[in-house]
Design a binder for this molecule. Structure first.
Ligand SMILES: [Zn+2]
Length: 351
């Protein structure tokens, strides 16, 4: 189930063809790089930085993306150098080739502190993303053991698709404006999809690089991981949507990490918040009559058939809703031993 953005506010309805760029604002280029997943592309932006281009996000670490970088530099980027690399968050579709690009061109890397450190953490490999504690985490919430094994294997392969990061970086901080070429951006940060995702807002021009926080057509994955099994990333995500609505005006040209630019930012934020409220209502109804596990919520929340990669995301997302509802007092745990189950408080429908 993927809510749709109000169609009227799409200023560039056609994405750039492979290998091309669209100038979405003066000196701001929108490029699309492929991904080997159901979500088959990631957006990368080039912003005029005086002596060359500041690049926002690096793409997935595969040979297709490496070859496309060569093509982009010679083609749409007109042979001008890259001045710096800004990475919005540590996920492999955005940070995958960051280390490769920085090493190749001697680029300074700009990230929020938390996203950089998470990137280093996932680069530590086996211990970070495999291990028995992951299997226990899945089993506790009702995923069968053999299935949990496969999800651990496949789902976390994804997190290791990162080229080694530079040892030093520049911190993107909310208090410090970022000058790129003649533009001054303020850094906004949002949690939920990733711990401390960076967004860049240029109020003077009505421009927002929103990363994966607000996108047309899809909702960003909001995940609970084994490392913080009782975290409430959905609560933090909803807080960040409220922050964006408060500080970024409706009509702002919003350039996201996936799909097309849009202007109906506030309308989209309202759709996203409503989408999560609907999902909470489904869980509340399902847990009204008898205690249920989080794994039992998956077929209720996701109607299409999920492969292993998608299942790891779907499970993490279902648990994000459950944990949020526990915090809100809409659900309570009825057993927290080997198998965790929850039931609805305040009657069916919850909220
Ligand atoms: Zn993404």
């Amino acid at each position: 189930m993927m809510p749709q953005t109000t169609a009227a506010a799409l200023p560039f309805p056609e994405p750039p063809p492979p290998g091309a760029a669209i100038e979405v604002a003066p000196g701001v280029l929108w490029m699309r790089f492929p991904l080997p997943f159901a979500l088959d592309h990631v957006n990368i932006y080039a912003i005029d930085d005086g002596d060359g281009w500041a690049i926002v996000d690096a793409g997935f670490a595969d040979d297709t993306t490496r070859a496309l970088w060569d093509h982009m530099l010679a083609g749409p980027l007109r042979g001008r150098p890259i001045t710096r690399l800004i990475v919005t968050h540590h996920h492999p579709d955005h940070m995958g080739l960051a280390g490769w690009l920085c090493a190749r061109f001697g680029l300074p890397l700009w990230m929020t502190e938390m996203e950089y450190l998470y990137g280093r953490y996932f680069l530590s490999g086996t211990e970070a993303v495999h291990g028995q504690f992951y299997e226990r985490f899945y089993a506790r919430h009702g995923l069968p053991a053999e299935y949990a094994d496969a999800v651990v294997e496949r789902g976390h392969w994804y997190m290791e698709q990162i080229t080694p990061l530079p040892n030093d970086f520049h911190v993107l901080e909310a208090e410090t404006p970022l000058s790129l070429g003649g533009r001054s951006f303020r850094v906004l940060k949002g949690a939920g999809h990733s711990p401390d995702q960076a967004m860049l807002h240029c109020p003077a021009e009505g421009l927002l690089l929103a990363a994966d926080q607000v996108m047309e057509r899809i909702t960003p994955n909001i995940s609970v991981h084994a490392m913080q099994p009782e975290a409430d990333p959905l609560g933090r995500y909803l807080d960040s949507l409220a922050m964006l609505k408060a500080v970024v005006p409706e009509g702002t040209l919003t350039l996201a990490g996936h799909h097309r630019p849009m202007r109906a930012l506030h309308a989209r934020i309202d759709e996203l918040a409503a989408h999560h409220a609907d999902r909470c209502a489904i869980i509340a109804a399902a847990c009204a009559d008898a205690p249920r596990s989080t794994a039992e919520m998956l077929p209720l929340l996701f109607h299409r058939k999920l492969d292993l990669h998608q299942t790891s995301f779907a499970f993490a997302e279902a648990l994000a809703h459950v944990n949020h509802m526990i915090r809100q007092g809409d659900l309570e745990w009825v057993s927290r031993g080997e198998h965790w189950r929850m039931r609805t408080l305040r009657g069916a429908g919850g909220r």
